[in-house]
Design a protein around this ligand. Structure first.
Ligand code: HCA
Ligand code: CU
Length: 378
């Protein structure tokens, strides 16, 4: 278990740029990186300098902006990409090469022996050029690769003693938590190196898989804000935070949690998307309680139906009262908030009126308020 000593590799500026509607300008990248740094992510991964001239210039700009977070860039496993990346002054390189039969055949066309050759060549080259750079080697599509192939590649790379970290990538979002646990556990045991997990969300397991990776000893988890990335994206930053917070609040106390709503809002606006209603922590309904039974209990003690405290994220809970499932306890709470001291019979009668009217159409809060004022004024 590494819940007490993991790092977040925030990849909104790399994987996130691969999201259908994402395209960040230099100043937007600086805003995003600055906010993520203030939040406290340990590392920020940026698009390869080989992608475009602006991508290259932006790495230099972000590196020079002097953030506390370490800046990484993500490159293919070849010498030219490595040369360009080293030249930007980044603090770390994330190298990746596909090992699944699908990618070997249809993407780069190399055999496992050739993959090992090129991996060793590039890793040695980088280490020779830069003794101190933090170097990560990852296989792509790890979970559709043959286990024997993976172990050959990982062990050959680990044996060089030149990499700091190995990455496993659920590139197509196919892995289950059990599979992730088993793969990470094996690599921890066999290599003793830091292990990074990168998981896509095609089948909805990206957060659970990241959690399983940490349970198995992974030291680094890749996230993006709102989970943006290729297709439907990867482990979302807020979702990972919610998962770890609910295991133990201290696992996320190193982060500035009240910035999360601003971070999610920024990316939603820049990508011109809505924050999903179902989003962890920042979804519009994440802290709205509705049914009378829930409202009554939450008013007595929020712990009854809340595992995340909205105030820890700078947010408020809301009790919805203008609907047919409402209860008189919630109506009483609202009347007290309005400074009205109504007796139980009156409150119960107002509650019945609300339910009856809401059977036709839900009431707004001001409509409920008007009803309360009306009875209060006799
Ligand atoms: C990609 C693939 C990648 C790499 C992940 C990693 C994936 O788009 O280049 O290097 O950790 O999902 O496999 O994002
Ligand atoms: Cu990815």
């Amino acid at each position: 278990m590494t819940f007490d000593r993991y790092s977040i590799i925030e990849s909104t500026l790399r994987e996130g740029e691969q999201f259908s509607t994402a395209s960040f300008s230099t100043s937007q990248k600086l805003d995003i990186a600055g906010l993520l740094d203030e939040f406290g992510v340990e590392m920020i991964e940026m698009t390869s300098p080989s992608a475009s001239p602006q991508s290259e210039a932006d790495i230099r700009t972000v590196v020079q902006s002097g953030l506390r977070a370490r800046i990484l860039t993500h490159i293919r496993c070849n010498r030219d990409d490595a040369i360009r990346a080293l030249d930007t002054g980044v603090h770390g390189l994330d190298i990746v090469i596909g090992t699944s039969p699908q990618l070997m055949r249809h993407s780069h066309g190399k055999s496992i022996a050739q993959i090992i050759d090129v991996a060793l060549e590039v890793v040695s080259f980088v280490r020779q050029q830069s003794p101190d750079i933090v170097l990560r080697f990852s296989t792509e599509d790890t979970f559709r690769s043959r286990e024997s192939d993976l172990l050959r590649v990982y062990l050959a790379v680990a044996d060089t003693g030149m990499v700091n970290r190995l990455g496993v990538a659920d590139t197509v979002g196919v892995a289950t938590p059990t599979q992730v646990h088993s793969m990470v556990h094996q690599l921890v045991r066999l290599t003793g190196l830091d292990i990074e997990f990168h998981g896509h969300n095609d089948s909805g397991c990206a957060i659970a898989n990241a959690c399983a990776a940490l349970e198995a000893g992974a030291t680094h988890i890749d996230t993006t804000v709102l989970g943006i990335g290729e297709r439907n994206g990867i482990t979302p930053l807020g979702g990972l935070i919610a998962r770890l917070y609910t295991l133990n609040r201290t696992y996320v106390s190193k982060y500035n949690l009240t910035l999360l709503p601003r971070i999610d809002r920024l990316i939603a606006d820049l990508c011109q998307i809505e924050i999903p209603f179902s989003n962890y922590i920042t979804g519009a309904s994440a802290f709205i309680h509705k049914a009378g039974i829930h409202a009554k209990a939450v008013l007595a003690n929020p712990d009854t139906y809340e595992i995340l405290k909205p105030e820890d994220f700078g947010l408020n809970r809301e009790i919805a009262i203008g609907h047919r499932l409402t209860g008189w306890n919630a109506i009483r709470e609202r009347s007290l908030a309005l400074g009205l001291h109504l007796n139980e019979n009156v409150l119960r009668a107002v509650t019945q009126t609300v339910k009856k009217r809401a059977d036709v159409k839900a009431l707004t809060l001001s409509e409920v308020d008007a009803l309360l004022m009306e009875v209060a004024n006799g």
